[in-house]
Design a protein around this ligand. Structure first.
Ligand SMILES: [Zn+2]
Ligand SMILES: [Zn+2]
Length: 148
């Protein structure tokens, strides 16, 4: 896909500018992230790439993700005690999450800034950000459920 290729080049030059060395593994992790639409966990990435890089460990994947996060290429999404998921779409967006398979899909909607200012007024907090998630059954799982 041309768009992904372009994004990849962009990300690679951001890494170079930040003085990050681009190893083949690092490149592969980045490429996987940009192509994955599911917001993968470090484990998902490891499983997808272990065949290609037998010497790679989950820790290596984590370290790479940490580097990407520090320079703002990915966002880490934490959900309670389950493992973090990684998002390479760093623009403001919301998420819809499948109750069945756990897949997370991007969802664009004007940012709910009024909620933040109202919360500030009502509670006296200094609001830093907000998170909103929508839950449901993804098209794939919906199909699966219908067949059973
Ligand atoms: Zn699903
Ligand atoms: Zn996202």
């Amino acid at each position: 896909m041309a768009v992904t290729e372009e994004k990849l080049q962009e990300a690679v030059s951001r890494l170079k500018e930040s003085g990050v060395r681009i190893t083949p593994q690092r490149h592969a992790v980045l490429e996987f992230l940009l192509n994955a639409e599911i917001h993968p966990t470090a484990d998902d990435i490891y499983k997808a790439l272990e065949g290609k890089f037998p010497n790679m460990s989950v820790a290596t994947v984590y370290n790479n993700l940490k580097v990407f996060r520090e320079i703002g290429l990915v966002r880490e999404l934490t959900y309670g005690d389950s493992s973090s998921r990684f998002d390479c779409n760093t623009s403001k967006h919301y998420h819809i999450i499948c109750d069945e398979c756990g897949k997370i899909v991007d969802f664009h909607y004007p940012s709910l800034d009024e909620v933040e200012s109202l919360a500030e007024q009502v509670t006296g907090f200094q609001v830093s950000h907000h998170r909103m998630e929508i839950y449901g059954t993804c098209p794939n799982c919906k199909k699966e459920l219908q067949h059973h």
